[in-house]
Write a protein that binds this ligand. Structure first.
Ligand code: UD1
Length: 321
């Protein structure tokens, strides 16, 4: 049994990691400040974890949370491209200063390895698809810059201080516990909650933009593999499915899953968002080779499981299915 520290452990991906670690009988400590994370995400496991309400932007109070830790899964961050366009300073403070604090605390506590939640947004909008890790990075949003700087810091902590780090570039993760209620929420969570309420979701742009939507359980598996894989330290890996779906196609699949026959909900269209990337798709060869990672949950299956979860949570109009 090892001790894992999950930063951002009350968030969408962090709480999925916490649940899986507990399933595997590991010891779990969680750091979260509930800025975007939620107590409800951990309600069923509250008495099985060592929870610390802390903000990663303050180093000294953070240090004790790293004592005796074997592995750090650093998920705490302020997500969202549009949020970072509106307020780059706060995204910078949490994602860059916060990550630097986490790296310093992990280094000083001599943890075995730190896995960093990096982002596909590092690639920017270059036309080559799929994206592979040797490509030049060219973020086009403040969010992309912040997540890339975190990677650079992680790499430097490996070369300069000998702290083992692994960076996982997530590609548009979706699944249960993703919060649909903010204007900054991930697109699939917004589509699902709108359709369940019988409302028209908004599509920014023409809906032909595409993403390598990844079910959260795949991302969780990748983190756990990254903790132990022998040749992974100092490296960056794409974590995705290797396929891409357009927003319109995703909307149609969800419509079929949620809206009863005979009813039709049309999306509303709004101008494309600043900092938005057109197409995103990963090459996952390196993760396969070095981590032994495979994407195990298809897009359609992931959508089914996600819709089922939202239905179980809300008294939605179309909850009877
Ligand atoms: C980006 C990153 C992703 C990261 C996420 C964190 C890329 C390719 N992906 O996601 O790795 O995890 O930031 O926030 O850079 N949209 C709508 N209607 C909505 C909401 C969104 O049409 O109600 C559109 C957006 O304009 C965009 C797409 O859906 O074209 C996806 O948006 P979103 O889910 O916010 O994720 P990304 O910005 O792609």
């Amino acid at each position: 049994m090892a001790l894992y520290l999950v930063t951002g452990g009350a968030g969408f991906i962090g709480s999925a990691l916490v649940h899986e670690l507990l399933n595997r009988c590991e010891q779990v400590r969680v750091v979260d400040n509930f800025f975007t994370g939620k107590r409800e995400n951990l309600a069923d496991v509250w008495n099985r974890i060592d929870f610390r309400e802390l903000d990663i932007t303050e180093l000294e109070p953070l240090r004790p949370a790293f004592e005796s830790v074997d592995y750090v899964l650093h998920q705490a961050a302020l997500p969202s491209v549009p949020r970072s366009v509106e307020d780059p300073i706060t995204s910078n403070r949490v994602n860059i200063d916060g990550t630097l604090n986490v790296l310093v605390a992990a280094r000083d506590a001599k943890v075995k390895r730190l896995v960093y939640a990096a982002s596909s947004s590092a690639y920017g909008d270059t036309p080559t698809l799929p994206k592979h890790e040797q490509m030049l990075t060219a973020p086009i949003s403040p969010y992309g810059v912040t997540k890339l700087v975190g990677e650079l810091y992680a790499n430097v902590f490996t070369t300069v201080y000998g702290l083992e780090t692994v960076c996982l570039r997530y590609f548009n993760v979706f699944g249960p516990r993703q919060d649909p209620s903010s204007p900054y929420s991930g697109v699939l969570s917004k589509f699902i909650s709108s359709l369940l309420d019988g409302q028209a979701p908004t599509i920014y742009g023409d809906g032909q933009q595409s993403r390598d939507f990844t079910f959260v359980q795949d991302t969780v598996e990748a983190n756990l593999l990254a903790c132990k894989a022998p040749d992974a330290s100092g490296k960056t890996f794409n974590i995705a499915t290797g396929e891409r779906k357009t927003l319109l196609n995703s909307f149609q699949l969800l419509h079929r899953l949620i809206v009863p026959d005979g009813t039709r909900i049309e999306p509303e269209y709004a101008p494309a968002r600043a900092g938005d990337i057109l197409h995103s798709q990963a090459d996952i060869t390196l993760a396969r080779q070095v981590l032994g990672y495979e994407s195990k949950v298809s897009f359609e299956e992931g959508l089914r499981r996600t819709v089922e979860w939202y239905r179980s949570q809300t008294p939605a109009l179309f909850s009877a299915g």
